[in-house]
Design a protein around this ligand. Structure first.
Ligand code: AMP
Length: 285
């Protein structure tokens, strides 16, 4: 039998819960509350490797895992050579920004020349400074980056931000953006790719595509059928099915969940009845 497909999943932290949910929605029986760090999913010939998110790109590149989830920023920081970014996952959005104390005279990235910049992303920052022709010194720290200016360890920071609240609380202001990041699905580049990786990728992508969509079903009197169809958005034509009674048809369509509040009333006014809205688990456009 082939070796189990090993999937690296963040064990804790910001990406952990959303990753576990996504894999479960994709049909992978990720175990809950298991203290083991390598958990077999025997019925699917898989193994879940619970790891620190930061280590996941390295584990994949070195062959310790076949596929996994990490932040796009972590992929860039640890080097993307040998790793394929399969899919952006739409959660864990954040920005890597340059920030200085509110009281600092620095307002532009160019003024960082000669400054000491604290970061846990020294490689990404070095590339950014190079690309912008800025010569500055990088102070590598693994945590509490926001404190570095207060304690005199740096003049500026380069750190991850989502809402900006931590910056505000630490009297810091952003002066530039180095990159935007979100959670990504990664796999090792292989001469002969394991076909199970494409299978998993399609399952994950079909869940992501389905999440913002709903399946709308309704019954339309034939006299109103055209008007009702005209109200439905989307590129694909809706499915029209005959009903047992001769003067009505059923209409089925995939719609954006966000469109539903403004769609339901006009559909009802146009004569639709028996309206049902259902969640969709998988969608392949
Ligand atoms: P963890 O170390 O497990 O908390 O995961 C950190 C990763 O979560 C980061 O590398 C980012 O990819 C992502 N992330 C999303 N939002 C934030 C944020 N506001 N601060 C830090 N990391 C974030």
């Amino acid at each position: 039998m082939t070796a189990p497909l090993r999937i690296a999943v963040p064990s804790k932290g910001r990406l952990a819960a959303a990753t576990t949910q996504l894999l479960r929605d994709a049909g992978i029986a990720v175990p809950g509350d298991d203290r083991r760090l390598l958990v077999p999913v025997e019925e699917q010939n898989m193994e879940i490797l619970l790891a620190r998110t930061d280590d996941i790109p390295t584990l994949i590149r070195d062959g310790a895992a076949d596929i996994g989830v990490a932040g796009g920023n972590q992929l860039l920081e640890h080097g993307s050579a040998g790793i394929e970014l399969l899919t952006e996952l739409g959660f864990g959005a954040c920005r890597l920004v340059l920030a200085v104390p509110n009281a600092s005279s620095i307002t532009t990235k160019e003024q960082l020349a000669g400054a000491r910049i604290a970061t846990s992303h020294p490689n990404v920052l070095a590339n950014y400074l190079d690309a912008n022709g800025i010569v500055a010194s990088i102070v590598t720290l693994s945590g509490s980056i926001e404190l570095a200016p207060t304690i005199g360890a740096a003049d500026a920071i380069c750190d991850l931000v989502s809402t900006g609240e931590t910056l505000r609380q630490n009297s810091l202001r952003a002066i530039g953006e180095v990159l935007r990041s979100q959670a990504v699905l990664l796999a090792r580049i292989q001469a002969t790719p394991d076909p199970r990786i494409a299978v998993l990728q399609t399952a994950v992508e079909s869940v992501l595509a389905a999440r913002p969509k709903r399946y709308l079903m309704l019954n339309a009197p034939d006299v109103a059928l055209e008007a009702i169809i005209a109200l439905l958005p989307g590129l694909d034509a809706p499915t029209i099915l005959p009903l047992a009674r001769s003067d009505m048809h059923a209409v089925h369509a995939v719609v954006d969940a966000a469109d539903l509040p403004r769609l339901l009333h006009p559909l009802k006014e146009a004569g639709a009845s028996g309206l049902l809205v259902l969640p969709i688990e998988h969608l392949i456009p």
